[in-house]
Write a protein that binds this ligand. Structure first.
Ligand SMILES: NC(=O)c1ccc[n+]([C@@H]2O[C@H](COP(=O)([O-])OP(=O)(O)OC[C@H]3O[C@@H](n4cnc5c(N)ncnc54)[C@H](O)[C@@H]3O)[C@@H](O)[C@H]2O)c1
Length: 427
């Protein structure tokens, strides 16, 4: 099925032609045809799951789904996906520049499911080629990346394109109902709470001799802040998003601590504990840990003046306040988010979740910098104040470096020491 997939570095001319297709041609196709054309960049575990969810969403909406392009940095990953989804080799490509082929394809929808460092670059390429885009969370590893996604959100709106984000809790009936109840005042104003993702290290990829620095970083991305953002950003962002959603806005500042005790790969912390100040004396305790053999907990808890709510679970509050049950088509929130995306585009009213996901990512980055440095970090440091040292702070590895062969591996097993005022910088 997936024989003869070639590295696509040589096809940059195709890219230019594809970019010139123009926005209106593609958006018209997405809105009218019974066949929905989809493409995937990043064919790993979540990429394949998102593509399957997209197919299921099409079935529920009684639409035909055609996979027109698959791209991954690595040949083995794209072959595995091609075989799973029975996609012909001439629609598949690999290499750090393979996303250009997806931009040049005739996909209506593109799913971006690489490690987060690449998200702003890939999102820009897809929007400029007229695609509606699903972006997995998180959408950046630094503040400039978050601000870029906010800008691209405005570009999408101006051009009638959709951006949906992998924040599936926002498409789940239980969370939607509880958020609506909280907004209607069922627990009174939120006074404080706790959000947590305490679990184990998901995985580590040991370096092989034939891997370049870029290959090692891209394959073992979960353990490197430069490409994965550290687990407060990569994983805990889900719970932080729920806090922003239920409270109604992102926090104003963060103070925290964390450290690295057990990892033997990359440079991420093992644990974070952050006090998020949402203003008006509302504080949320954010805690996340990736260490095996400890007490695990994943979820959210908010206390109000009249009761409390546990994320999408139990709500104790004013029984006289009711809201209608949310209308969902699937019990699977990963499928529902795809349904909502496709339906929005086809109805001419595309979803735009760029701000939601950029703010959740920014919340996590603010917490991470607070813990890496031991300083109090303000929202304005990341989003509003160009004079802040954190406003333009990026790590020494850019997404373009991977395409240009310029990646240099940061020192391994060296983590930031709070108190020296700087997050890890390797050059
Ligand atoms: N919404 C959720 O619940 C959820 C769950 C899991 C993962 N995720 C997110 O999905 C993303 C991917 O996670 P995963 O678990 O699938 O990781 P993974 O390592 O299984 O897959 C990532 C894939 O991206 C490829 N890749 C790396 N750099 C690339 C590049 N520049 N261009 C093209 N392909 C590239 C890798 O080769 C790999 O196949 C992450 O952002 C993660 O946080 C979201």
């Amino acid at each position: 099925m997936a024989e003869n997939i070639t590295r696509r570095t040589s096809l940059k001319s195709t890219v230019l032609a594809g970019t010139a297709v123009g926005l209106s041609t593609l958006t018209t196709h997405a809105a009218q045809s019974k066949t929905v054309k989809v493409a995937l960049v990043g064919c790993g575990g979540r990429g394949k799951a998102d593509l399957k969810n997209f197919q299921t969403a099409c079935q529920i909406l009684q639409l035909d789904c055609e996979i027109v392009a698959l791209a991954d940095a690595f040949e083995d990953a794209v072959i595995a996906a091609a075989n799973t989804f029975e996609v012909p080799a001439d629609r598949c490509s690999f290499g750090f520049d393979a996303y250009h082929n997806v931009a040049a394809s005739d996909a209506d929808f593109v799913l971006l499911v690489t490690p987060p460092l690449f998200r702003p670059l890939h999102l820009e390429a897809m929007l400029k080629a007229g695609k509606n885009v699903f972006v997995e969370k998180p959408v950046a590893v630094d503040a400039p990346g978050c601000r870029k996604v906010l800008e691209l959100g405005k570009f999408a709106t101006a051009n009638g394109l959709g951006i949906s984000a992998g924040m599936q809790r926002r498409h789940a009936a239980n969370y939607l109902k509880n958020q609506a109840l909280v907004q209607a005042g069922a627990i009174g104003p939120i006074l404080g709470g706790l959000v947590a993702w305490n679990g184990t290290v998901p995985w580590v990829k040991d370096r092989r001799p034939d891997w370049s620095d870029a290959d090692y970083l891209a394959r073992n991305w979960l353990n490197w802040v430069e490409i994965g953002g550290d687990h407060i950003v990569e994983q805990h962002v889900h719970n932080l998003d729920v806090a922003n959603w239920f409270i109604g806005h992102p926090p104003k500042s963060a103070v925290g601590f964390g450290g690295r005790a057990r990892r033997e790969s990359g440079n991420s912390f093992d644990f974070f504990s952050v006090d998020l100040d949402y203003g008006d004396n509302v504080h949320i305790h954010s805690q996340c840990r990736q260490i095996s053999g400890c007490f695990n907990r994943v979820g959210e808890e908010f206390r109000g003046s009249k009761g409390y709510v546990l994320g999408g679970g139990k709500l104790v509050g004013d029984p006289s306040i009711t809201v209608p049950d949310p209308k969902v088509d699937s019990d699977n929130d990963g499928v529902q988010e795809m349904i909502d995306m496709i339906r929005g585009v086809r109805s001419g009213n595309p979803l735009n979740e760029a701000q939601i996901v950029a703010e959740a990512t920014g919340t996590a980055i603010m917490g991470r910098i607070a813990c890496y440095t031991g300083k109090k970090i303000q929202w304005s440091d990341l989003f509003l104040n160009p004079k802040s040292e954190w406003y333009d702070f990026t790590y020494g590895v850019s997404p373009e470096d991977f395409e240009n062969g310029a990646v240099i591996l940061p020192p391994e097993n060296i983590a930031p020491i709070p108190g020296d005022g700087k997050p890890l910088r390797h050059r």
